[in-house]
Design a protein around this ligand. Structure first.
Ligand code: FES
Length: 261
């Protein structure tokens, strides 16, 4: 069942680059900071040049400060306008939207596999699980094309027992992609659950690795979203034996085994 969403406004507290490619925005919005769960996203107004709100995966929610954060990449008119927004500006916002990451049954160890802006929801997940499930051993796997676009690795290290970093060009960590590091790790150790968020190719590969080893795996799917709550039917994905689902309404978190990739 969809969780309760709010139509509200948020005031920008910070809006800064965190690597060569990614920005992080933090906004004050008490109601979202209280209600948001890892895996969920918001739709946020980006500025006057961008008519539609844009979906952003929540990377942190802090009930004490009443703030939420999200990581984004400038990839079009909307995100370019968003990057120009200044501290103190009020933006319209809808959220929290979508479902959330859950711990599978009695999992005692969990791998978080991410890349791109997918690192945002994974950081929120790592923080929440680290706090709420201190007995679960968390392992992070973060990949990027090159060192200068890596982000969130210090935070991830703070929440996990081990964090494995990969770069395609060998400029930092292990050479390769995040799923290479996951594969090598699982040759020696095991985990009870995998959660993945990032590029589709990475999540698909993660799902394959999980299936081979019979590890429950959840992925957070991404799609262009116009409304964010099931009204425009613009974000379908095919789920085995269930037909088409809306990523914004039925997801974004799905059982990886059921996704038709
Ligand atoms: Fe409109 Fe999903 S974005 S239905």
């Amino acid at each position: 069942m969809p969780l309760k969403k709010h139509y509200t406004t948020a005031v920008i507290i910070s809006n800064e680059p965190i690597s060569e490619r990614y920005f992080c925005m933090t906004v004050e919005c008490k109601i979202l900071a209280t209600d948001a769960a890892p895996g969920q996203f918001i739709m946020i107004e980006c500025g006057k040049d961008a008519f539609l709100k844009r979906p952003m995966g929540i990377s942190d929610a802090n009930d004490a400060t009443g703030t939420i954060s999200f990581i984004y990449q400038i990839c079009g008119t909307g995100t370019r306008a968003l990057a120009e927004q200044k501290i103190g500006r009020e933006l319209k916002i809808i959220g929290p939207l979508g479902n959330k990451f859950l711990v599978h049954k009695n999992a005692q160890s969990l791998a978080l596999v991410g890349g791109g802006t997918g690192i945002g929801p994974l950081l929120f997940c790592a923080k929440k699980f680290y706090t709420d499930y201190p007995n679960i051993a968390l392992y992070g796997f973060i990949g990027a094309r090159t060192k200068n676009i890596l982000c969130g690795i210090d935070e991830m290290r703070g929440f996990t027992k081990e964090t494995h970093i990969t770069t395609d060009d060998d400029s930092y960590g292990q050479k390769g992609v995040a799923t290479d590091a996951l594969f090598s790790f699982l040759e020696k150790k095991s985990v009870d659950q995998i959660i993945s968020c990032g590029p589709t190719t990475m999540m698909k590969k993660t799902a394959e690795i999980a299936t081979q080893r019979a590890i429950p795996c959840h992925v957070s799917l991404e799609e262009y979203m116009a409304c964010g709550f099931g009204a425009c039917l613009g974000c379908p994905c095919e789920i085995k034996n269930e037909g088409y689902k809306m990523i914004c309404l039925d997801g974004p978190v799905f059982d990886a085994e059921k996704v038709v990739w």
